[in-house]
Design a protein around this ligand. Structure first.
Ligand code: PEP
Ligand code: MG
Length: 330
């Protein structure tokens, strides 16, 4: 088993009909890069940087500390791409009360819909600039992309672009090399999915955060046990949004990945392949099993049943359609 997994690590993820799939890793701390490489990841699709900001007894990491963390991750990936997401604090990932009190934003009525992620970064411009500076400085050591969580407004994209311009200018003035790096946004609010063509004109890539996209589409708090039975990735509205985002991004020639839990769950591998997805990002431990399914998949056959899947009125029926077009059978 161990030898088989080791062999699998060096096997590229290519489907039966020769479509190459990128299996990227989701990481939380810089040292996770080695785990990602060992699992056979071909890049980091999501570096959740908020973990550098949490559980710190009230002191947040400064630019220097962030720079070292990002540089470690980037060097650890040995030239493979590293997608660094700016902090996604708030909601299920709160900063300590002490830290919040030091900043201006202590109280939020409904954390999931409040000042989280990019909203928090734009409300704390000093923190945002520090993080962007650290990311740009780390980009000198490898292939870095920057990813913004929870974008729902075009005005946010404009503010992000302006912050990036100004940080690059400042770094240039200091004589620090800051080449341009690709900018992407998470598609995890239904509004972002529905206005994708407008967003695609502004960014280089998108990444679908299914965890939040499901939460906000179905109005189901992802952390609330009482409604967990209604948290349904197979919900037709969810499938419709994901399929639409993947096909519109591809048509626009922009790279699109899925980095929510669905990407690492083998129950959805064929579904996402049927939708035309070629970039998955997941916990490193999930890479081998997802790769095994990809090696036995035929994307053309799967794509043929997609219209039926999207018309299904139950998860069982949708999964059944895919099973008929899959080596794993019904
Ligand atoms: C998501 O929402 O699917 C996602 C990848 O981001 P997070 O789980 O960190 O909110
Ligand atoms: Mg999210």
């Amino acid at each position: 088993e161990r030898a088989r997994l080791a062999r699998l690590r060096h096997t590229p993820a290519i489907t039966l009909d020769s479509v190459r799939i990128d299996l990227h890793a989701n990481i939380e701390l810089p040292d996770d890069a080695s785990t990602a490489l060992a699992a056979g990841a071909t890049g980091v699709g999501l570096f959740r940087t908020e973990f550098l900001f949490m559980n710190r007894g009230g002191r947040l990491p400064d630019e220097e500390e962030q720079f070292r963390a990002y540089k470690t991750a980037v060097e650890g990936m040995q030239g493979l791409p590293v997608t660094i997401r700016t902090v996604d604090v708030g909601a299920d990932k709160p900063l300590e009360r002490l830290t919040l009190a030091e900043l201006r934003h202590e109280h939020t009525l409904n954390p999931a819909m409040g000042l989280r992620a990019i909203r928090w970064s734009l409300a704390e411009p000093h923190m945002f600039r520090q993080q962007l500076r650290a990311i740009f400085r780390a980009s000198a050591f490898g292939k870095v992309r920057v990813l913004i969580p929870m974008v729902a407004h075009l005005s946010e994209v404009r503010q992000i672009q302006e912050a990036i311009r100004s940080v690059r200018q400042q770094l240039a003035d200091e004589g620090i090399l800051a080449t341009n790096i690709e900018l992407g946004v998470m598609i995890e609010v239904p509004a972002a999915a529905l206005m994708l063509p407008l967003l695609l004109r502004q960014v280089d890539f998108v990444s679908i955060g299914t965890n939040d996209l499901i939460q906000y589409t179905l109005a189901i708090d992802r952390a609330d046990e009482a409604v967990a039975h209604l948290y349904d990735p197979w919900h037709p509205a969810v499938l419709q949004l994901i399929a639409q985002v993947i096909s519109q991004a591809r048509a626009a020639g922009k790279s699109v990945s899925v980095c929510g839990e669905m990407a690492g769950d083998t129950a959805f591998t064929e579904l996402l392949l049927a939708m035309g997805l070629t970039q998955f990002s997941m916990h490193p431990s999930q890479i081998p099993s997802v790769k095994q399914r990809i090696l036995r998949a035929d994307t053309a056959r799967l794509a043929e049943v997609l219209p039926q899947v999207l018309q299904s009125d139950s998860p069982q029926e949708a999964a059944g359609c895919l099973a008929h077009a899959s080596a794993f059978g019904a």
